[in-house]
Design a protein around this ligand. Structure first.
Ligand code: PMP
Ligand code: GLN
Length: 378
C-alpha cells in the first residue's frame, strides 16, 4: 500500500507511555493528569444522560454549550463570537485542527509552523496536500522570531499555526508578540490557526494572549481549545473552534462529514459546568502550585531548569548529567531511573538534539514527589 503518511510511525507519547508502563516508571511523559476531574462535572454529564440527552445533537454542537463558550471568550478576551455561526464543538483539539486544515488549506499551499511544535500539525498539513514550512522558535527561550517568519512567507503561504501557551516549551506569547504578528500579516490573506488548548494555564500573574483579544488577528483566525486540558478530562475528547462566520462555514462543511457531531451528554454537562467560572479561573493557581513544587524539587537535582510560564510542562537541560541523545536519555531515564519524559527532538522537523527533555507536572503531589526522589539519584 502506498502510504499517505510514509514518514509517520507511532507517536512519541504512546511509545513513552508504553515504556513507562512496562518498566513501572513514573509517567511524566505524555501530557495528562493522573488525578480525577471535579465530581460535579461528572454529575452534570450523568444528569444530562438521565434527562435523555442521548441522541444526535445539532451538527455544530448543542446551542447551550456554544452560548457558554461564547460567553466565556467574551468575558476573558473581550471578543463576542456568534454562537450560531462562529462557534463549533469538536471531538477535541486534534479533530479541530485537522478539520480546520482540511477545510481551509488547499493542495500546493504552504503552512508555516513554528518548531518545536505539536506532532499532529505536519501530518495534518500533508493530508491536505500542502507543505509545512518549519520556522524554529528562538533557541532555549522559545520566542517567535518574526524576521524568520517574514522570510518564510511566500506566495503560497495559506496559514500560520500559533500555539500559546506552548507545548512543549511552556513559553507564552506576549501582547507585543501578537501585535507584531498582526503587523506582519497586515495586507496578506494568510490565516492564523491558533492552538490555545492551554489557555487557562498561564502563571505568575501573566495573561493568556488569545488571538481573539486582537481584532486584526481575530478576523483572520481560527481559535482552537480543548475541555480536556481545562477540566482534567483528556479522555473525553471535546473541544471547540471559534472563528469568523465565513471561516466557520467552511470548517463546518468538513466537520459535517468528518465527525458530523460530538457526544451529546458531555456537551450538556459541560454547558452546565461552565456556568461557574471558578474552575477555569482557579486553574492557574492550581497548576502554578504544582509547577513550583516540582521546580523546587528539580532544583535539588543535577538537571537545569528552563522557565515554565504556562501549560503543565517543564523542560530541563540534562547536559550536566549525560551526553546521550535526547531520545536515548529519555529511554534510559524511563527504564533505569524510573521516570518517563519526552525528548524535545520529537517536536522538531529536523530532529535537532539540544539535550532537552519535557516533563508533565499535571500529577498528584505524591506522584511528583516519587519522581523527584528518583531524579535526585541522577
Ligand atoms: N494541541 C496541543 C498543543 C496539545 O498539547 C494537545 C494535547 N496533547 C492537543 C492539541 C490535542 O488536544 P485534544 O486532546 O483535545 O485533542
Ligand atoms: N498533548 C499531549 C502531550 O503533548 C499528548 C496527547 C497525545 O498523546 N497525543 O503530551
Amino acid at each position: 500500500i502506498e502510504s499517505r503518511l510514509p514518514q509517520v510511525g507511532t507517536t512519541i507519547f504512546t511509545v513513552m507511555s508504553a515504556l513507562a508502563q512496562q518498566h513501572g516508571a513514573v509517567n511524566l511523559g505524555q501530557g495528562f493528569p493522573d488525578f480525577d476531574c471535579d465530581p460535579a462535572l461528572v454529575d452534570a454529564v450523568a444528569a444530562a444522560m438521565r434527562e435523555g440527552h442521548n441522541q444526535y445533537p445539532p451538527m455544530a454542537g448543542v446551542p447551550v454549550l456554544r452560548e457558554a463558550v461564547a460567553d466565556k471568550i467574551e468575558r476573558l478576551y473581550g471578543h463576542r463570537y456568534d454562537p450560531g455561526t462562529e462557534i463549533t464543538i469538536t471531538a477535541g483539539a486534534t479533530q479541530a485542527i485537522l478539520t480546520t486544515i482540511l477545510a481551509l488549506v488547499h493542495p500546493g499551499d504552504e503552512v508555516i509552523v513554528l518548531d518545536p511544535c505539536y506532532d499532529s500539525y505536519e501530518p495534518n498539513i500533508v493530508l491536505a496536500g500542502a507543505r509545512a514550512v518549519h520556522v524554529p522558535l528562538t533557541a532555549r527561550t522559545f520566542r517567535p522570531d518574526f524576521d524568520a517568519i517574514r522570510a518564510a512567507i511566500g506566495p503560497r503561504t495559506r496559514a500560520l499555526l500559533v500555539n500559546t501557551p506552548h507545548n512543549p516549551s511552556a513559553s507564552v506569547w506576549t501582547a507585543g508578540d501578537m501585535q507584531q504578528l498582526a503587523e506582519l500579516l497586515r495586507g496578506t490573506d494568510i490565516l492564523v490557526i491558533a492552538d490555545e488548548v492551554y489557555e487557562h494555564m498561564v502563571f505568575d500573574g501573566g495573561q493568556h494572549e488569545s488571538v481573539s483579544r486582537h481584532p486584526a488577528l481575530a478576523e483572520r483566525s481560527v481559535v482552537v481549545s480543548s475541555f480536556g486540558k481545562t477540566f482534567h478530562v483528556t479522555g473525553w475528547k471535546v473541544g471547540y473552534v471559534a472563528a469568523p462566520a465565513a471561516l466557520t462555514a467552511e470548517f463546518r462543511k468538513v466537520h459535517q462529514f468528518n465527525v458530523f457531531t460530538v457526544n451529546t451528554p458531555v456537551q450538556y454537562g459541560l454547558a452546565r459546568y461552565l456556568a461557574n467560572p471558578a474552575p477555569y479561573l482557579d486553574l492557574p493557581a492550581f497548576y502554578q502550585r504544582k509547577r513550583d513544587l516540582f521546580r523546587d524539587g528539580l532544583a535539588r537535582t543535577r538537571l537545569t531548569l528552563l522557565p515554565s510560564q504556562g501549560t503543565y510542562f517543564q523542560v530541563v537541560d540534562y547536559s550536566a548529567v549525560s551526553d546521550q541523545s535526547e531520545e536515548a536519555f529519555c529511554r534510559r531515564l524511563t527504564t533505569e531511573v524510573g521516570v518517563a519524559a519526552i525528548p524535545l527532538s520529537a517536536f522538531y522537523a529536523d530532529g535537532r538534539d539540544q539535550r532537552l527533555a519535557r516533563f508533565c507536572f499535571a500529577k498528584r503531589d505524591e506522584t511528583l514527589a516519587s519522581a523527584l526522589e528518583r531524579l535526585a539519584r541522577l
